[in-house]
Unconditional design. Structure first.
Length: 431
């Protein structure tokens, strides 16, 4: 039997003494990989945090350029005047509802802790605004603005925090662990950070099997993005070309750990390269940038082209939760981001720059949001606590209560045999 020819292994010449030929240079240039990350920001903050030990305690010091003026809002490529005003309104409601929540907590009416999204309203509201009603959202605990955009009322959120009988979980769960899979297509937040990612990828896969490519959106923090399940979920979405839109909310802190001590990459969007998907950077305090990136990612998702990772850079303007005074955050950092307040800057953009709202119209709009919130607050405060004997009931519903049916019924997908593997992955063929 003829001897099988062994493949020859070519070794790199480690003792090379001659310089590289032009042919070698061009070959190496061809092999070199370059990646680009779209960056929508009009300002690239540059400062560093340093941990300083003082006796048994540590504190953080910030250095860098913290005195520059706040950047302007970037004109949206897609939003029209009325849509900008609508997003501004959601952002106002988001903030005012959180202020009401803080007061209710101080009055002893809240059961458990309260988590705020102060400084993050543009990211929550403008991202959720990019989804269609039939698409899906999986918010995190700070994305209360996203819940409002998806159709929950402020009283739902206030009642949930007060554990009222009429709250979405009938008073059996505090904070934001609620969703609505029947009408609003909202998956309840999962506290185990990262777990929403494979769940939402699964929702997109389910829709694909029904013959539709849809956008599904969820969020992960700068801390949570280091979990294993984030990698697994996003990688799965990438290889299956699922329409996941993942916002990495880089608010510079994970509890009391600064972002500088959590990862070595310069921008978290760089991690997209490792999944083979687009990575985008936006200023998370600019609703137009957030919307544009979200809209483009949703369009990609709807075309069956797979997931997008969007890093939204901003700052958590309060402690981790209401019990945390955030004394570890250098005051200069709060001052810097206060000048970049998303609502004040968007208001300035709409009223003074674009002149899409007169001062009078703006005041009227703010007044209307305040009145709406006051009505919602009163409904929430006046509603009853659950009956003690109901304590052993289910958090979401009683069993048997209603039949939980699959949203889109059985798969309708037919894949043509003649398609290439890549085409088969994204193909949507209705019967
Ligand atoms: C898998 C997992 N590990 C740890 C925690 C505890 N934990 C809750 S919130 C939090 C910090 C999260 O920081 P980040 O992801 O940056 O979100 P942020 O609070 O800044 O919005 C941690 C560690 C958790 N909920 N899940
Ligand atoms: Mg964080």
């Amino acid at each position: 039997m003829p001897k099988k020819k062994q493949p020859t292994l070519r070794r790199a010449n480690t003792n090379r003494t001659h310089s590289r030929t032009p042919q070698e240079d061009s070959k190496s240039a061809r092999q070199q990989r370059t990646y680009t990350l779209a960056d929508y920001r009009l300002e690239k903050p540059s400062f560093e945090l340093r941990q300083v030990r003082v006796g048994d305690t540590v504190r953080y010091e910030v250095s860098g350029n913290l005195s520059g003026p706040a950047p302007p809002i970037r004109d949206s490529k897609y939003l029209r005047k009325q849509q900008c005003i609508e997003i501004y309104r959601w952002m106002l409601l988001n903030r005012k509802m959180e202020a009401a929540l803080e007061n209710l907590y101080k009055q002893g009416k809240v059961v458990g802790g309260v988590y705020f999204g102060l400084g993050q309203a543009a990211c929550s509201c403008a991202s959720a605004y990019a989804l269609r009603p039939d698409e899906w959202l999986g918010p995190l605990i700070r994305n209360q603005g996203s819940l409002l955009v998806r159709g929950f009322s402020a009283s739902d959120i206030l009642m949930q925090y007060m554990a009222k009988a009429g709250s979405p979980t009938n008073g059996r769960d505090a904070s934001s662990h609620f969703g609505d899979i029947q009408n609003r297509n909202v998956v309840a937040p999962i506290s185990t950070l990262g777990d929403l990612i494979p769940v939402l990828a699964g929702v997109a896969l389910g829709a694909r099997l029904q013959g539709r490519n849809i956008a599904v959106m969820t969020y992960i923090g700068d801390g949570g993005q280091s979990t294993g399940v984030t990698y697994e979920g996003l990688n799965f979405a990438a290889v299956q070309n699922l329409g996941l839109v993942l916002f990495v909310e880089n608010n510079l802190w994970g509890y009391s750990t600064p972002a500088d001590m959590q990862f070595c990459v310069k921008d978290l969007a760089e991690r997209a390269i490792a999944y083979g998907i687009p990575g985008i950077i936006v200023d998370g305090t600019d609703p137009c940038q957030v919307y544009d990136a979200a809209h483009e990612a949703c369009q990609r998702a709807r075309r069956g082209e797979g997931p997008t990772l969007i890093e939204a850079k901003m700052m958590r303007m309060k402690g981790h939760a209401i019990h945390d005074a955030a004394e570890y955050v250098p005051k200069a950092l709060f001052e810097y981001w206060k000048k970049r307040d998303p609502i004040a800057r968007f208001e300035d953009y709409l009223v003074r720059q674009k002149k899409w709202l007169t001062n009078q119209e703006n005041e009227k709009l703010i007044g209307a949001v305040e009145s709406e919130l006051e009505v919602q607050r009163e409904i929430a405060v006046a509603s009853p606590m659950p009956a003690p004997e109901s304590a052993a009931g289910g958090a979401y519903c009683e069993t048997p209560c209603h039949e939980i049916r699959p949203k889109y019924a059985m798969p309708k997908c037919r894949i043509k045999k003649s398609l290439s593997l890549k085409q088969k992955e994204t193909a949507v063929h209705l019967k």
